[in-house]
Design a protein. Structure first.
Length: 477
């Protein structure tokens, strides 16, 4: 709340004030941009700095934290408190009874905890118009991004667009099918596009639920999102988009947004999207490669139930059978940790996220860290449910990638860590009550002076406190 004074008898004037969160929002946009191009910097433009660029977003996150503390929007809740307890404990155990390497322990703490507060800061300072603008920018980006995937699909691994980390001419693409490789886009590996496109899809449904998706963007971005499926040769990308699309359709139905007008717009947009898919040269070859990849990686390995569900559930359940009391220490099963320890890239004791956490932390620390992640997921789900009770169903498609990355995302890999933080932050920001408002009031302070109360700042503070569960949604109304 900001107060300003005017003399009695004068016409009240509303004092102007600069947006206090402007620099924080600029930092968030920079964080998003660096996440998107980080792999490209390491592969194309600054290959000699491939290793230091792993942490290129860390200074931005720290600057955002400093600004958040300065502006009074640092999150204070049980999750951040638990993080501030688990982080030093994790580092101490790794350096004393674990692997004993200070650098690896610090990097492990960075992966598990450093970026978590950013989730809540994104939720507190991003306004509805910021989310709308972000989703529109994301969908416009999806169009040239898909063209990049197509170019990488048809280019040899030695081509500049397919350069590997450090400028390696061996290529960054993972093996796909029919002599084609899974393209990495602007990331280091196919993991990036496989997590980026479900977020594109969530942005598409978010704007559709908000009725802010134009014909042009609906068709062009929709076609680009569909085209990415065959040209990526990625099953993870396909399932991610399917899950988001299912949640998006459910949000449209539950929210009563499927009006005849919207259905007509969607039909026109769908025709444009399908036309893009059908008329794009080489689409049949991409679908053929995807089909062969599906058959070799799914059908010939016990079918979908075993190759997909078995792999996911196995990655969650199996690590519990081999977990010890005290783990090997945080950071040792990350690729950076293995590179520092052995001189070779690898995943150490486990490639899966649950296996990594339990192998590094054991029962003593692994269980609390997994509980911390599940509590964070439960908090986001609870906020999404509350938003849907207020008929804000656009939060539902945003929940899907956030939940997927929290459950299965490899936080030891810098791209997956970034996508998890971004998806969770945007999902929480989309759950804020957009109907809450407070009428401006002029409260007499004395006979000769009166105080102007600026409602926007008060409403922003209430919403910010609600994100952290500090007040009930009816307080201050």
């Amino acid at each position: 709340m900001v107060e300003g004074s005017v003399n009695h008898g004068e016409r009240p004037r509303v004092a102007s004030q600069a947006d206090p969160f402007r620099l924080i929002r600029m930092g968030i946009w920079l964080y998003l941009f660096l996440w998107l191009i980080e792999g490209g910097l390491r592969r194309w433009f600054l290959p000699g700095l491939a290793t230091p660029l792993l942490v290129v977003r860390d200074p931005v996150a720290l600057a955002i934290y400093w600004l958040a503390l300065k502006q009074g929007v640092w999150p204070r809740n049980i999750l951040v408190t638990a993080m501030l307890f688990l982080a030093p404990l994790s580092w101490m155990l790794a350096t004393t009874v674990g692997h004993g390497n200070l650098v690896i322990a610090t990097y492990g703490v960075r992966c598990d905890f450093l970026h978590v507060p950013l989730i809540f800061i994104i939720a507190r300072v991003m306004r509805r118009k910021d989310l709308d603008g972000l989703c529109k920018v994301a969908l416009w980006i999806s169009i040239p991004y898909t063209l990049l995937l197509i170019l990488q699909f048809y280019s040899p691994q030695s081509a500049w667009v397919n350069r590997g980390l450090g400028g390696s001419t061996g290529g960054a693409g993972f093996s796909g099918a029919l002599g084609k490789f899974r393209p990495p886009g602007t990331f280091s590996f196919i993991t990036g596009p496989a997590q980026l496109y479900p977020m594109f899809c969530a942005a598409w449904f978010y704007l559709l639920c908000r009725r802010k998706l134009s014909f042009a963007l609906m068709g062009l971005a929709g076609g680009a999102i569909l085209l990415a499926i065959p040209f990526s040769i990625s099953r993870s990308l396909l399932f991610g988009e399917l899950l988001v699309a299912s949640a998006g359709c459910a949000a449209l139905v539950a929210g009563g947004s499927l009006t005849p007008q919207l259905l007509g717009r969607a039909a026109i947009g769908g025709v444009i999207a399908l036309a893009i898919v059908v008329l794009t040269p080489g689409t049949s070859e991409a679908f053929a490669a995807f089909g062969v990849r599906w058959k070799s990686a799914t059908t010939q390995h016990g079918g979908m139930e075993h190759a997909i569900l078995g792999r996911v559930l196995g990655g969650i359940i199996e690590p519990f059978s081999t977990v010890g009391t005290i783990g090997s220490g945080t950071g040792i099963s990350t690729q950076a940790g293995q590179k520092l320890l052995t001189g070779e890239r690898g995943f150490g004791e486990s490639e899966g996220e649950w296996g990594r956490i339990l192998a590094e932390g054991g029962v003593l620390l692994g269980f609390p860290i997994l509980g911390f992640r599940m509590l964070l997921l439960a908090f986001i789900c609870w906020r999404t449910c509350r938003a849907m009770l207020r008929a804000q169903f656009e939060a539902l498609p945003m929940l899907v990638p956030a939940a997927q990355f929290l459950l299965l995302g490899q936080w030891g890999q810098t791209t997956s860590l970034g996508s998890s933080i971004i998806a969770c932050g945007i999902c929480l920001a989309s759950t804020k009550n957009i109907r809450q408002s407070i009428n401006p009031v002029c409260m007499p302070k004395s006979r000769h002076r009166r105080t102007l109360v600026f409602p926007v700042d008060h409403a922003s503070e209430l919403i910010s406190r609600q994100v952290n569960g500090l007040v009930k949604p009816t307080e201050g109304r």
